[in-house]
Design a protein around this ligand. Structure first.
Ligand code: NAD
Length: 482
């Protein structure tokens, strides 16, 4: 039975899609449809863009402090319904409720509060010239911008885009993933209650057709996209036709580089396990290729495998669960196909390797055991292609140069972690890694002021802090001769 029917937010109203078409939304832990989300098309997007255009000038002229006040009110409303948001995020995506409570929903709140504060503190540059002239830079909102986000961190990444876009005075047309649409719909309701003027934030639900219509809309001046490399490449090509600015945060195949001198404490092992399997490995930042210096390889492997085997795969709503369900049947089947491929390629499956049956209400859900594989070289597909599931490989290396060569031996370049007690090695290796983000002796420690993004096939552009404020504004230089 379907109990929940979602709506679009257009011009301040929650409305049904114009063609009355809907997509099924599955609860991955139960393997059944539990909601329907609008399958919006170009007509819905056109309505959202015109609502945004009608609101854009007044929003741009609204004082930053007032924009910030409304964003903080929205954050207040999320906090007031924290349990509802946590439950919805867990049910929609299959992630453990404990993770949504610790990370996803607090981070969505933090995104709104961070950019609300940032915009009241932001200043632009001035350049005085010796011949009695001064230049100053105006940072002006773009008008209407599009934000498109994926399913793995639904509200977390949705707000990560919307917050800087709104803070800088843009009107927004945003689309969450059709796979995990529920918390964006809740946010739509809460944005109305928070008092945003109609049309400032529009949320169009749907799949590729809706996303493509946002990318193609002439009235949309920039696209902030997070998702797969394949879809990102298509967006880059289409957006070029209308000279839209793009920020593309794409896939990864991140290396965790563990040197023999690293502090092999239980805490660090736990962090490395978390970096492999958090959110069932469905975080773009997860370390899916673990490179270990040969001198400690056997010992590290045994400790890592023991920890992976000890993780509890189960009902995401159970607080004891470490790994919930993967997001969909299609994704489950893709991950199982990747494990079969790793076996064909000659990999040794040291832990996991199978689907997991979770009894009771989750009997039809999509669960995969945390899987550790070794015995594979860097060039095989298992070590080249993004799996985006609870599957990691271990590879031994000898010395810094081989570590760096292995870490850089993929088409991706999003993130890496380096584990060593040697300060000089930490800095030199970090500098040589082809990645947009490097963590040393930690993982996913995030300061929202820092630049966030990837190189190579992991994307173009940076989010976070002033990078995001710059992305969502145009710089205009004004030169005044005195
Ligand atoms: P996806 O590319 O399939 O979809 C992402 C979003 O794009 C969804 O909202 C989808 O509906 C929309 N979309 C699909 N086709 C489109 C089109 N032709 N035009 C416009 N929009 C379209 O990605 P996904 O499966 O939802 O997410 C998983 C991927 O996201 C992984 O590759 C992961 O690495 C990546 N990711 C990257 C980051 C990062 O910060 N770099 C963060 C999270 C996830």
């Amino acid at each position: 039975m379907t109990d929940l029917v979602l709506a679009n937010l257009i011009g301040g109203e929650l409305v049904a899609p114009i063609q009355s078409r809907y997509l099924d939304v599955y609860e991955p832990a139960a393997g059944r449809v539990y909601a329907r989300c609008p399958d919006s098309d170009a007509a819905d997007v056109a309505a959202a863009v015109s609502a945004a255009q009608a609101a854009a000038a007044a929003w741009a002229a609204t004082p930053a402090a007032e924009r910030a006040r409304l964003m903080n009110r929205l954050a207040d409303r999320i906090e007031a319904r924290l349990d509802d948001y946590v439950h919805a995020e867990s049910r929609d995506s299959g992630k453990p409720a404990a993770l949504a409570r610790a990370v996803d929903i607090p981070r969505a709140v933090a995104n709104l509060r961070f950019f609300a504060a940032a915009i009241t503190q932001w200043s632009s540059e001035a350049h005085a010239m010796e011949d009695r002239a001064i230049n100053y830079t105006l940072r002006q909102p773009l008008g209407v911008v599009g934000c498109i986000s994926p399913w793995n961190l639904p509200l977390y990444l949705f707000t990560w885009k919307i917050a800087p876009a709104l803070a800088t005075g843009n009107a927004v047309v945003a689309k969450p993933s059709e796979v995990t649409p529920v918390t964006a719909w809740m946010l739509a309701e809460d944005s109305v209650a928070a008092g945003f003027p109609p049309g400032v934030l529009n949320i169009v639900q749907g799949g590729a057709a809706a996303g493509q219509a946002i990318v193609d809309a002439p009235g949309v001046k920039a696209i902030s996209f997070t998702g797969s490399t394949r879809v990102g490449a298509g967006i880059a090509a289409r957006a070029a036709a209308t000279f839209k600015k793009t920020s593309l945060e794409l896939g990864g195949k991140n290396a965790s580089v563990v040197f023999a001198d690293f502090d092999a404490s239980d805490d660090n092992l736990d962090t490395l396990v978390r970096s492999a399997f958090s959110n069932q490995g469905q975080i773009c930042l997860c370390g899916s290729r673990i490179l270990v210096e040969r001198a400690i390889y056997d010992e590290f492997r045994d400790r890592f495998v023991a920890r992976a085997n000890a993780l509890v795969v189960g009902d995401p709503l159970d607080e004891k669960t470490n790994l919930g369900a993967v997001v969909s049947k299609a994704h489950h089947d893709k991950i199982m196909g990747c494990i079969a491929l790793a076996r064909e390629e000659g990999g040794n499956v040291l832990a996991g390797g199978d689907a997991v049956a979770v009894p009771g209400r989750c009997a039809d859900g999509w669960f995969v055991a945390p899987t550790v594989i070794d015995g594979l070289g860097p060039a095989c597909r298992t070590n080249q292609e993004e799996i985006f599931g609870p599957v990691v490989t271990l590879q031994p290396f000898d010395g810094d140069d081989e570590a760096i060569a292995l870490a850089n031996a993929t088409g991706y370049g999003l993130a890496a972690s380096v584990w060593t007690r040697d300060l000089i090695r930490a800095h030199t290796v970090a500098a040589r890694l082809e990645a947009g983000i490097v963590w040393v002796n930690c993982w996913m420690l995030r300061d929202l002021r820092t630049p966030f993004g990837g190189v190579k096939n992991s994307g173009v552009g940076r989010e976070g802090g002033v990078e995001a404020l710059r992305f969502f504004t145009d710089a205009k230089n004004v030169c005044v001769q005195l």
